[in-house]
Structure formats: C-alpha cells, structure tokens
Write a protein that binds this ligand. Sequence first.
Ligand code: CTP
Length: 410
Amino acid sequence: MTKVLRDKHIVLGVTGGIAAYKAADLASRLVKAGAVVDVVMTEAATKFVTPLTFQALTHRPVVTEMFALLRETEIGHVSLAQRMNLLIIAPATANTIAKLAAGLADNMLTATALDTRAPILLAPAMETGMWENPMTQENMARLQKRRDVTVVGPGVGRLASGGVGPGRMAEPAEIVDWARIVLGRRGPLAGRQIVVTAGGTREPIDPVRFVGNHSSGKMGYALALAARDRGAKVTLVSAPTALPAPVGLQLVTVQTAQEMYQAVLASLSESDALIMAAAVADYRPAVAAAHKLKKSGAGLGLELVRTPDILAEVATRRAELGRPRVVVGFAAETQDLVANAQAKLKAKRLDLMVANDARQAMGADVNQVTLLDAAGGVEELPLLPKDEVAERVMDRVVELLGLRSEAGGA
Ligand code: CTP
C-alpha cells in the first residue's frame, strides 16, 4: 500500500463513455490503496455503468443528480469541492472537457470541478475524430492554462467504434500512478533530487552471454517510486529488470557496472541523496569476446577483473563536493549480517545501510531488513512487502536530509 494515497479524499468523476467500465477498476484500486473515494457520475455515465457498481466498490453513496442529492448536505458539491485532495475525471468525454473549459456548471460533476481548488487529473477518452478536432484541442489547452490539470493519455488503441487510433482511456494503473505523483508533489522531498540505482548489472562474456545475479530490481524501483511520491525529482539508474518503466521519473538504463558507475557519477553533482539498491557486479570478464564463443572439447576458464566500486568513488567525490548529502547503501549478505553490514557502512562512509539476507531478498516481493545508521543505531524491521520497506527507508532519508518526515499531501 502506498502511503501517499492513504486517507486522501479523492472525487472520481465518471462521464459517459464506454471506458466508464474501466473507472470501476480505477475506483477499486484507489480504495485498496487506502483513499476515500466519492464517485460523481454524469447522467450519461449511468447508461454505461450503474451507480450501484461504484457504491459497492467505494462503500460510499454515489452522486448522480445535482438537486436530488443536495438535501444530503454531506455530499453537496460545495462540501465535496472543499474536502477533496484530488479530482480525477476518468473517462473525460469531449463534452465534459468542453464544459470544463467553458466554466459551465450544469451537473454535479462540472459544478464540483468549477468549485474546487484541488488539482484535477483528467483521463480523456473519445473517438479519434473528436480528440483530434481543433475544438477539443483548444478546450484542452484552455483548461491546462487556467487550471491545475494533469492529463493522462489518451492512448492509441481500439475504440468503441471498432476503429484504432488515439482516444483510448489510459489504463487504471497508470491513472493511479499519476494520482500518486500529483498528490505527492508537495511532499517532504519536493524540489529535491534523488538518485536510485536498481537491478543487477550484466557483465558480458560474449555478445550473447553475461555474468549476472538474481536481482529483480523490485527493491530499487519501489524506492524510486517512494521518493517520487514524496515530491522528489528522481533519477532511476537501472540495470536490466523485467519491470515496466515507471512514470514520473527519469529512467537511465545501463547494463554493466562500468556504465552504472558513469551514470551515477554524472548525476551526482545535483543530487541530494543517492540510494544504491543495485546489485553491482564486483567482477567482470577481463575481455568480452567480439563473437559468440564456440564450445570445444576442453573446459573454459574465465578470467575476471574488478569493476569500479561505485560507493567508494562517491565517498571520495562527496568529500570534495559536499554532495550528495545523504548516501544509502544496501548490504547483501549470506552470513554475519549485522557485523558485515556495519563494516561496509563504515568502509563506504554511508549515512544508512540497509542490510538484508541476499538469499531471501533477491527476486522476492517481501524483504526483512535491518537499518544501520552512522550513529550506531540498529533498527530491525519485520518481514514486509518491498514497497513498505521502501517507505520506511525513504522516511529515514527524509529525516537524514533534515526534512519533516510525514509523506506528501497536495
Ligand atoms: N556497490 C557499489 N559498487 C560495486 C559493488 C557494490 O557501489 N562495485 C554497492 C552496492 O550497490 C551496495 C553496496 O555497495 O549498496 C554493498 O554491496 P555488496 O555487494 O553488499 O558489498 P560489496 O562492497 O560488493 O562487498 P562484498 O561483495 O565483498 O560483500
């Protein structure tokens, strides 16, 4: 569960398009993430999905009519508008976009939208012709100029008409991601630059083989998202992983330890914190063969040479530059966890060391870590999902940077 959505009040406006069915999935995801979701539907939306669907998913009454429900003062548009942290309109039809751009307030959703000062997240969905029409484009431009609007999509895909083109509503998972970004952008790391490394480096033997490790990148990606959701500008330096590219951050992909070394050093002078979650190879083949190695009767010896130690170099540069102010390392151990991690914390001159058992951590969705700090503090965390571990580590980074530690809030 991501911290930034927890207990946030979100109004989900659903307008009349076939993608309204996907809004049910969106509502469910937001509720699961801990948000309080009030759904406001236009009349046209109720032709596609029933209010009952949303009521069952959000456990809250669904607002459809402006006047019938005003007697329920609790959910009148004024109280909704004032209480919400974020207004999401998904799907947003061309018709509703036009009304928003013109400042109309002819139904509960447009009235709420006109009334609120909360940021708006808009997921347009319509036929390609409607989307590409200069009228719609002008309305979008006008809206973005006047209001705090973030637009997600539309993507290219199959539309209600059966045609294929731009106009398809962004996927619910992506909309949730953007909700996290918008809600977190005034968080404790707003204006800070954080570099996170992730994944396991690959050291080529020949064009088709490499020396690698079992790192999945999950821990590093979770850390990057946790930093992003606290408002940071994040650079994620990633060795190969099977994970989708996260939105709302700068992704730099690398293969080898040497490439990661260069990417990290290049980003260092502007960064406030560096979190080295990557499993960096300590050795690489002395030569990478230009062509695929052919087998022969005899065995094959592989000469390995050292790769650069990124954190060692960071420590040297930091002594000169004073940046990054906070450096966090990971210790992947299979024995004497705390003692080995403490030794590495000192040797690499870190502020925080996240120690984990490499056998359990690599590839898994959960992790049991011990946090060791430079002052000698030892905090053993329970077995937690990796995104929860990431939240805890990021809270410590916020503290180490001398910032307030609660997460976000738009
Ligand atoms: N690390 C690094 N550069 C390397 C190897 C590791 O910056 N060439 C970083 C890792 O990203 C991690 C920390 O150093 O944050 C510790 O990595 P780990 O593999 O546990 O330790 P090593 O220093 O490689 O020591 P050893 O392999 O001998 O345990």
